[in-house]
Design a protein around this ligand. Structure first.
Ligand code: GLA
Length: 729
């Protein structure tokens, strides 16, 4: 609900149990007042103290004087009396970058707008959410900026974005346009963020803020393996289960930046948005620019509380509606089973074996299209390789369906190999700077998705494949970082737009294909988790979390990824040992338990399994199917962090009816004399009695306060999973 107090020019944005307060001061300046647990506004204005500051510059010439530097601000501009990190900068025709925005008007309405061309959260009708728009204008340049704020009654989040328009005759160049900026009163925070690399995504880093700027982001053209567009600012004492934490997550899949700045008064400014490195956007008269959305979430109940806000919101208001509650199939993927050596008979034989195990869908990964025998060729030639599939994809898909499984396929639509018919026909379709030889990554170049004819071509050829093969699932991959950035259809003064135009093009293609095939389950991928972000989730309800399928590594990767993203978004497979990425040999039981904690599948050759392994896999799948709803849509709590030493980790899933509790503990590395392990459970009913499969009874209060005993596990890579059922009263 949004409340406006006219006399005080004060806006109170109430979520389920939070309030965010904004004030227009002197009918001009937009100030931030408060973000935290729900409050009544009486007295909040006493916290508002604009003042003149020694050795500072004053805002304007009015009496009494004050400096913008003394204000907590909502969307700070550059070049007047605020010397902190600005949320945007704009170069005008005079050549300066000074803007001095004044609030002009506002609008409050039910529901939530969509952002043209960008992924966005949705509202379920006008009663579900309320939106505030505040329009600001810089008289001197004619640049206008409208800030959007949406709150939902059912969530403790604020969705923010900004919209720029040039009302002047001369062009204006946006050189930075973040999605959100928040000023906090103090700096007693730890920055918690997700850092990694290929095959080692989303490790949790936690570091106290220091005076000055702390910044991370991506310049890879995607959100990247190295950083995720997520930050949590946690009080120094905040734990997984208690304490205050504020989170920000960007609904975007390209270059981003997150910054915190601790200023001279030990206050913190946090900003998130498109990376301004090599970014500028030309606005001709009347032209507009929308920033992506930022999701801001608050929790007073620790990191688990914050994660659950993001999880609930993304499942109910972000992922395609048809998949919000749709159970995801247990799949088998051909990649680690066969790599490029796929064929009609191989896929059919994998499907036959898989069916016996209870698997529901076969994914034909890389290697199925014309001449694709390794990674040096064929990207762009989305036609079946007739040597491997003489009767076409429709035939193999039909046979798989006759066996009783659905059929899925891998594509990498954004890429082109130099050794491809498409490249030979259109050598100018790849991204490259005129006069320079573009660098390759995994031997491939990137298609210039800022060009309409290229997007149209890809939509057409991929649609043909999906129709021909009657696919039920698509793995959409993207396997290189972008370099040599240039948008050949645009003029030199628009080259700062190339990276964002590329992503807008990707979104257009994703939107077109996912809307034309609404029944098809799409899974995002970028060499594993190189583009794991809310932007992708708006089109594809799940993402391949990492190319690393080793159980030990996955405990860390999935633990970290769950900070912002729901369990049902995390593709997670059991693979063969020794593990192909790290060479580790872990027990099948542990591999199964780790993979089941996400969207479950297998990525191995079922023909190579022993009878015992087949038996165990059959049991794993039966167990997963029995508890699939709890795993995919239950409430998820992290119980024990594998960081920083990676020795062990634990988490739990609670079914939606709260009757079933699945606790999983992973002992990555054995520790001598480690003591007696127990896990204090979260979120269960403390007045109820729970029973384990052996009939042992535990009172909820015991599980929460004394914990669940884990017992002794001998050796590395061991695990323990138990299902507790609540007894009827
Ligand atoms: C990427 C993906 C893998 C696999 C290969 C195929 O690396 O992350 O899962 O699909 O591409 O080339």
């Amino acid at each position: 609900m949004i409340e406006y107090r006219e006399q005080e020019n004060l806006f109170l944005l109430h979520g389920r149990s939070t309030t965010y307060a904004v004030k227009i001061f002197r009918n001009t300046y937009l100030a931030h007042l408060y973000w935290g647990p729900k409050i009544d506004s009486t007295g909040i204005l006493h916290h508002f103290q604009p003042m003149a500051i020694p050795y500072s510059v004053d805002a304007g010439r009015e009496e009494p004087l004050f400096s913008l530097n003394s204000l907590k601000r909502e969307y700070p501009d550059y070049g007047t009396s605020d010397i902190r990190h600005p949320a945007f900068t704009a170069r005008n025709s005079t050549g300066d970058r000074i803007t001095d925005f004044a609030c002009k008007d506002y609008r409050i309405y039910g529901g939530k707008p969509e952002l043209p061309g960008l992924p966005s959260l949705r509202s379920h009708g006008d009663d579900d959410a309320e939106t505030l728009e505040i329009r600001m204008r810089d008289e001197r340049t004619g640049l206008e900026c409208t800030l959007y704020y949406t709150v939902y009654d059912q969530f403790d989040v604020i969705i923010r974005s900004s919209f720029f328009q040039n009302t002047a005759e001369d062009p204006i160049y946006l050189e930075r346009a973040y999605s959100a900026s928040v000023d906090f009163d103090d700096a007693d925070f730890d920055a918690l963020y997700l850092h990694g690399a290929w095959a080692r995504e989303a490790w949790v880093n936690r570091t106290p803020l220091q005076p000055g700027v702390f910044s991370f982001g991506s310049k890879t053209g995607a959100t990247g393996h190295q950083q995720n567009p997520f930050i949590a600012l946690a009080r120094n004492t905040t734990s997984e289960s208690a304490g205050e934490v504020w989170g920000m997550n960007l609904v975007y899949s390209g270059n981003f930046t997150v910054n915190t700045e601790v200023d001279q008064f030990s206050r913190t400014r946090a900003t998130i948005g498109i990376n301004d490195c090599n970014f500028s956007w030309k606005l001709e008269h009347g032209q507009v620019f929308y920033t992506p959305e930022a999701v801001l979430a608050y929790s007073g109940s620790g990191l688990n509380g914050l994660s659950q806000e993001f999880h609930g919101l993304y499942m109910q208001r972000l992922v395609p509606e048809g998949f919000a509650r749709k159970e995801r199939p247990v799949l088998i993927n051909t990649w680690e089973a066969a790599y490029f050596d796929v064929s009609h008979s191989r896929v059919v034989s994998i499907a036959q074996e898989a069916a016996k195990l209870g698997i529901e869908l076969v994914v034909l990964d890389d290697g199925w299209f014309k001449g694709r025998n390794d990674d040096t060729s064929s990207l762009g030639d989305w036609k079946t390789d007739r040597d491997k599939f003489p009767d076409g994809l429709g035939a193999v898909s039909g046979e798989v369906q006759d066996i009783g499984l659905d059929f899925g396929i891998w594509i990498e639509p954004e890429m082109i190999s130099e050794n491809s018919d498409l490249y030979r026909e259109h050598p100018d379709w790849c991204i490259k700077v005129p006069g320079r030889t573009p660098s390759t990554g995994r031997n491939q170049l990137v298609l210039d998705f800022s060009r309409q004819e290229i997007r149209d071509y890809i939509i057409k050829v991929i649609s043909d494949v999906l129709k021909e093969a009657h696919v039920k699932y698509v793995k959409w991959d993207m396997n290189r970082q972008m370099t040599d950035l240039y948008a050949s259809a645009f003029s030199p003064d628009r080259q700062g737009e190339a990276a964002h135009r590329y992503i807008l093009g990707v979104y257009e293609v994703m939107d077109s294909l996912t809307s034309s095939f609404p029944e098809v389950l799409f899974e995002g991928c970028a060499g594993g988790g190189g583009r794991f972000d809310p932007g992708i989730l708006a089109y594809m309800p799940q993402i391949w979390t990492s190319d690393d399928t080793d159980a030990v590594e996955r405990v860390c990767i999935q633990y970290g990824t769950s900070m912002a993203y729901p369990v049902a978004a995390m593709g997670s497979h059991v693979s063969a040992v020794p593990n192909h990425q790290v060479g580790r040999v872990t027990p099948l039981t542990t591999r199964g338990r780790v993979a089941m904690s996400g969207v479950f599948g297998y990525e191995l050759d079922p023909k190579s399994l022993s009878e015992d392994e087949k038996q165990e896999i059959g049991e794993q799948i039966a167990f997963y199917k029995e508890h699939r709803k709890t795993f995919q849509f239950g409430r998820f709590y992290r119980l024990k962090s594998p960081f920083p030493d990676r020795h062990s980790g634990a988490w739990m899933h609670i079914s939606q009816d709260r009757k079933t509790v699945i606790v999983s503990y992973f002992q990555n590395f054995a520790v001598p004399m480690a003591g007696f392990s127990k896990l204090k459970l979260k979120g269960i009913d403390e007045d109820a009695v729970y029973t384990d499969p052996e009939g042992k009874l535990f009172h909820g209060s015991v599980l929460v306060n004394a914990g669940l005993p884990i017992g002794y596990l001998h050796g590395d890579y061991q695990s323990y999973t138990v299902v507790l059922q609540k007894k009827d009263e």
